[in-house]
Each structure stands twice: as C-alpha cells, then as structure tokens.
Design a protein around this ligand. Sequence first.
Ligand SMILES: Nc1ncnc2c1ncn2[C@@H]1O[C@H](COP(=O)(O)OP(=O)(O)OP(=O)(O)O)[C@@H](O)[C@H]1O
Length: 343
Amino acid sequence: MSEIDFDHVSKVYAGRPAVSALNLSIHSGELVCLLGPSGCGKTTTLRLLAGFLTPDAGDVRIAGHSVVRLGPEARPTAMVFQRYTLWPHMNVFHNVAFGLKLRRLPPAQIVQKVQRALELVGLPGMERRSPAQLSGGQQQRVALARALVLEPQVLLLDEPLSSLDARLRVTLRDEIRAIQRNLGITTVFVTHDQEEALAVSDRIAVMDQGVLQQLDDPGTLYARPATRFVAEFIGRMNFLPASAGPLLGLDVPDGAELAVRPEDLHFGAVGAPFRAEHVLDLGPVREVRGRLTLPGAAGEVPLTVQLARGEAPDMTAVRVRRALTYRDGALLGDAAPVMGVGA
Ligand SMILES: Nc1ncnc2c1ncn2[C@@H]1O[C@H](COP(=O)(O)OP(=O)(O)OP(=O)(O)O)[C@@H](O)[C@H]1O
C-alpha cells in the first residue's frame, strides 16, 4: 500500500501553476527524491505534504487519510530544512528535546530519546554544546535528530545538504540513507543535485514547470528517460537529427530525434564521419568533443564520445552501441539497427 498519495494536486500562485495535476504515490519505507531545475515545484510539493501550503485542487493523503485540512503540527511528518534552523540560544539537548516537551513526555523519557537520536546521527554526548560550537555538518545532524526524535511516519528533507561542502555532502547523504533504511521511514527528499538523487533514492520524481515528468528507479531513469526533458536533464545526452540515423546504421522514424549517451558511442574502423575537436581528461574517463558530418547540405552537428582511460583509437569514424528515439518530447523507444548494417 502507498503511504503518501498526491491525487490530482494543483497549486497556483498569481495565475501561474507551481504544481499541476500532480499524481504521485510513495510506498511505505521508500525514499523518493523530488528532482528538477530551480522553480520546477519541488519545494511547493514538499510544503503541500508538510502542511505549510494548502492545495487549490486535489487531495493529499498519508496512510490513506486526507491531510489537507490539517496544519503541519497535526500531520505525522517532520521536516529538515536547508540551513540555520537550530535555535541559537538553546543547546543541542534542548533543540532536540523541544518537540518532545510540547508533547509533554516525562523528562526521563525525553533524556533517553534525545540520547538515542543523537547516537543515530553520530553525535553522542553533544547535548551541552550550543549550535555556535558546531560545524555546518554537525548542525544538520542535530536538525535531523530533532526530526527523527519525533518518530514521524514521514520524514521530509528540503535540500538538507546544499549548504555543505562537496565531500561532507557525500558523507552525510550516505549516512541519511543508512539511517532511513535502518528505520524504514518513508522519506521525501528535495534536491536539485542529480548525482545526490541517483545515489540515495529508491525512486526519483523528476519535475519540470510544475509537471511530473517521470517517476522511476535511478537505473530506469538513466537508461530509459520517458521524456526529452528527462533525457537532457539526467546525465549527458547527444541529440541528433533523424538524418544521422542511416550514417550510424540506425532506423529512425520520420520526425523523430536520436538520443545517444556519450558512453554508448565508440570509435571504429568504419562508421559515421567524425571530426575530433578536443579531448577532456575527466580522471577515470576521457571525453572527446567533436562534430559528426551529416550527408548533403545538413552540415555538422556536435557530438560527445566517452573513452575509457588508456584507449587511444583513430577518431575519424564513430559507431553507436545503443540509442533512443524521441518525438514531440516523448520517448518512442530504442532505435533499431538498419537490417544487415548493425553497428
Ligand atoms: N509564495 C510564492 N508566491 C508566488 N510564487 C511562488 C511562491 N512560492 C513559489 N512560487 C513560484 O512557484 C514555482 C515553483 O516554486 P518552488 O519553490 O516549488 O520551486 P523549486 O523547484 O523548489 O525551486 P528551487 O530549487 O529554486 O527551490 C516557481 O515559479 C516560484 O517562483
């Protein structure tokens, strides 16, 4: 059964939809990332779930019950914000204990629960520190402990790592994922960082301009982007006109576009004519940027090919291992090899 359901949810600001007719179901124990460019509606979606916003249309349900009439404090959710959300005048203990005190739990139980939450986030014994004595990463751990201590049914994370440096972001995201798995807590994680989303999610909901583009596991999202927007947004993709199809030995339907990942291209003795312009060394792989020469008046189109390290082929002809086709912004399917040619 799904734990969270957005049922035709819309939210409009000054006549402009921030979220449009959103249908999204999240399973119990699942971690789903909301991913998309700035302004696509991720935060609005999260706030609709947390109860900071009310939808203009549609219903939001948690465990089958509509929550749209409930305020944030009455919902079984807890949220971690981007940054600066600890009370500076309270020490770590009081920051984490705050919600439990509102619930009037006995003091001995509060002490025990706070202790356990701090252990969970890797900060045991930090009760007496003030937020000013903590690093940014430690502050976010405390913010996470403050949410987890409430034992919410649903954990909401709004870009919780975006104010941290790159290395710490990776450490903390892995820790969050481990804690989430361990507790089996249903989690919605907002990020604009696709690598972060691919690394932590069971499934990713990609949004663009308030519209859900695709909801899938990271592998499927990368291998079969459902829309041209997702194909372009996740990873890197070369888009080529249909006229490049025959050169690459592919049958491309009329009016369709070819989409090929750089790692699905390789150089060969025969293939489509390619002119290398420059080679970028990216550590484990190298990337060759150049141009594909199309037949007749069509001219040249840019093309990026990924090479394994140490590979030093003749770079004048390029071949394709796998390609997709898109028409009117939607995935048509795999580009089929032209009979008898096959790359
Ligand atoms: N209070 C508001 N009043 C008017 N428009 C708003 C308001 N909040 C959000 N919007 C608009 O709604 C759209 C979606 O905003 P939202 O904050 O959900 O996007 P986002 O994907 O979270 O972006 P970001 O990654 O930049 O935080 C944007 O066009 C934004 O300008």
